[in-house]
Design a protein around this ligand. Structure first.
Ligand code: HEM
Length: 431
């Protein structure tokens, strides 16, 4: 397996002339692409994706010095994400580590075993311990509470000065308050998490800066488990952390690092994602005022609107990269053991063979089969929760503040082109 930027003889031989032509044009003469590619501000994928889908759907790429294949079509992305020959295990020596600043690396060096980065069967065993907390029925029971949180945040925003930063006022605190309640940790730690989790996904900070933030987060989770464990009257039904400490840690079924890894991933995984999706989805609706109005007049559109916004925006540019444990075939292309595979869900969600007019936002579309939550065994555990939060926040905004609008020209909105999870740094709004 080559780790240089030169293609191996092997992979070069497997690229046919047609592929070489397409790639050469897109990559300025080179015979493989470089990745990642930059999204088109505000809501579009990198322009090359559409051409790759039609002319070279599984394309050779240089992934920070690692031989990789970009998978661009909807059907092929699903095939890749459900292929047991592909591993998500970041501790494998042949797993592509990415640039110094990549969250992948940060999470790996945290040394915590998180099931997001494991293969079956261990992945399944650990995920099962928290599956029930995110089941639809359980999450639906939380809807009135989530509605109360959203109403409270909007009340505070409306009572404050205009314009307001919607990201700071509503989008960022919402997922934090909800997951904090589920884990049994104080809301007042919000700013601490906001700052630390954002660092994990930024591309413009040094390894050292990220390591400091990461170890602060780790220390926090460590102390959280310690204080629960020290409580002689621990109620295992009080929250997820108490249950894990009671059932797993105290019984010795799991070691401390493994429990810490589960809590860590629950704390981090839903925060940046849902916060950015809330803000970016609101912006997309405001840019399509007739659809924002329609949602305000008919709240039953909310579930459809959420699926369409997830598809259209696909804020996670791609799920975690995979590496082939053995030779396999994706989309008809031979993948060799040790080569990386990047399933481009954003491209899949804009595949014209799967969705009519995929580049158009249509909140009535009914796009529930989108891949914004991934696919296969790692498909987002928190998706029922994210769905309810997003349904409540978009429909409440459209109903309560029909005059909501951007307070600055679109060009002045600071988009997160420098972060792995797309969104906005701030969203100045007025009403
Ligand atoms: C709009 C919001 C969200 C988006 C777009 C999103 C997206 C994703 C994606 C694409 C994956 C798959 C990663 C892969 O295959 O490598 C994933 C996994 C995961 N997500 Fe989410 N997520 C969101 C919200 C949440 C929330 C609220 C939680 C709750 C804690 C959560 C917890 C997780 C966990 C634990 C995993 C790992 C699942 C596994 O490996 O089995 N996510 N998410």
């Amino acid at each position: 397996m080559s780790r240089t930027t030169e293609p191996t003889e092997d992979s070069a031989r497997r690229i046919d002339d047609h592929t070489r032509d397409v790639i050469g044009r897109l990559a300025d003469g080179a015979d493989r692409l470089t990745f990642p590619m930059t999204r088109s501000v505000p809501f579009g994928p990198p322009p090359a994706y559409a051409e790759l889908r039609s002319k070279c759907p599984v394309a050779p790429a240089d992934l920070f010095g690692h031989d990789a294949w970009l998978v661009t079509r909807y059907d092929d992305v699903r095939e890749a994400l459900s292929d047991d020959a592909l591993s998500a295990d970041i501790t494998r020596p042949d797993y592509p580590q990415g640039p110094a600043g990549k969250a992948n690396r940060a999470l790996a060096t945290s040394g915590l075993p998180a099931f997001l980065r494991m293969d079956a069967p261990l992945h399944d065993d650990l995920r099962r311990l928290v599956t029930r907390d995110f089941m639809i029925k359980r999450v639906e029971a939380m809807r009135p509470g989530i509605q109360g949180i959203v109403d409270g945040l909007i009340d505070d925003m409306l009572a404050g000065p205009k314009p307001a930063d919607f990201f700071e006022a509503v989008a960022s605190p919402l997922p934090n308050i909800v997951i904090s309640d589920m884990l049994g940790i104080p809301h007042s730690d919000h700013e601490f998490f906001q700052d630390r989790t954002t660092y994990l996904f930024r591309r413009d900070v040094t390894d050292e800066e990220r390591a400091v933030k990461l170890s602060e987060l780790n220390d926090y989770v460590y102390e959280l488990l310690d204080s629960r464990n020290a409580n002689p009257d621990l109620d295992p039904e009080a929250d997820i952390v108490s249950r894990l400490v009671h059932d797993q840690l105290r019984t010795g079924k799991l070691d401390r690092r493994t429990v810490q890894g589960i809590v860590f991933i629950l704390l981090v995984a839903g925060h940046e994602t849902t916060g950015n999706m809330t803000a970016l989805g609101t912006l997309a609706l405001l840019q399509h005022p007739e659809q924002y109005r329609a949602l305000g007049e008919d709240p039953s559109l909310a579930p459809l609107a959420v699926e369409e916004l997830l598809r259209y925006l696909t804020i996670l540019n791609e799920p975690n990269w995979r590496v082939a444990k053995e030779d396999t075939v994706i989309g008809g292309r031979q993948i060799k053991a040790g080569e990386a595979v990047v399933p481009l869900t954003f491209s899949a969600n804009r595949d014209e063979k799967h969705y009519d007019n995929p580049d158009t936002l249509d909140i009535r579309r009914g796009a529930r089969d989108h891949l914004a939550f991934g696919y296969g065994i790692h498909q987002c555990l928190g998706q029922p929760l994210a769905r309810v939060e997003l349904q409540v926040v978009y429909s409440t905004l459209a109903r309560r503040i029909p005059t909501l609008r951007l307070a600055v020209p679109l060009e002045e909105v600071p988009f997160k082109t420098d972060v792995d999870i797309y969104g906005v740094h701030t969203l100045p709004v007025t009403w």
